[in-house]
Design a protein around this ligand. Sequence first.
Ligand SMILES: Nc1nc2c(ncn2[C@@H]2O[C@H](COP(=O)(O)OP(=O)(O)OP(=O)(O)O)[C@@H](O)[C@H]2O)c(=O)[nH]1
Length: 313
Amino acid sequence: MQLSDIHSLILQRINSGVLIVDADINLVYFNRFMESHSQLKSEDVIGQSLFDTFPDAPEKWLKRKIQSVLMLNSPAFSSWEQRQYVFKMRHARPVTTSSEFMAQDITFIPVCNQQSNEVEQVCIVIDDVTDVFFYQEKLKDTLAKLEQVSRMDGLTQVANRRFWEERFKIEFASAVRHQNPLSLIMFDMDKFKQVNDIYGHQGGDLVLVEATRLVQSMLRKEDLLGRYGGEEFGLILPNTGGKGALELAERIRKAFQVHPIKFKEHVIHATMSVGVCELDNNFKKYEDLVTRADLALYQSKRDGRNRTTLYRK
Ligand SMILES: Nc1nc2c(ncn2[C@@H]2O[C@H](COP(=O)(O)OP(=O)(O)OP(=O)(O)O)[C@@H](O)[C@H]2O)c(=O)[nH]1
């Protein structure tokens, strides 16, 4: 098919890649956009196989696509979401993306012989959608961060109460169904009001951050530490019975009491009281564990603080 001057002018100026291949998938047309993005000259590629020109292109897939357009006389489409790019070319957008290559939406259009109406060629139009790719990537990133933030306590970066309770509900149901052990450790800073009074709120905050960091470093992957309230934390221990939980609680408590917290010119020595409870057949909901672990925790406070109590019926 011959291009009129006006068509030719438009195809050369258009801000999309346009290339035409014949039935043997050799190039018969290559517009200026393609030249500038592929760094290939039209006169060097016309008559050449599309796959020799773009050796990185997915040959099998592309052949099938082009042949279906030739056979069925109907257009086909490929989105950047399916394949980020088919023709490896650098994008010219001022945006920085994780990829230096142009994200492409591609339309394959059958080109018919005007006399016989047979499809003889396929016109391939490439739209640079790198901007869309970039913003989609950013959006995904932001959503992932948002989800992360919505689960976390802002100060200590451990699970917030809402997320922690959601997970606890799931762990509780699973432990009951499979008859697996499950334990809960609740711990609360001792005389924390005094810590705040002496070192100020910033000093108090640092104690909470250091405590959670220390505890977190002593846990298994499936354990979940969460901030239950002001200076009270809950630690869910799946597949752990009372004995194991008590041992861990004591290890945590002892490690914390000798953990010096440097704050300005001071070294803060803080302690925690701990309550431990293991799952019992009579418990109907996860809150039953919280109530009992809390009772054990208050017992530790009553007994003089900086100690661990295992809940007993
Ligand atoms: N710095 C800081 N303080 C907090 C935070 N959340 C709660 N608190 C403080 O923690 C203190 C808790 O005080 P109390 O409940 O009287 O308990 P306590 O002084 O730790 O005494 P015992 O628990 O009986 O050992 C209060 O002064 C709260 O203001 C926080 O995020 N940062």
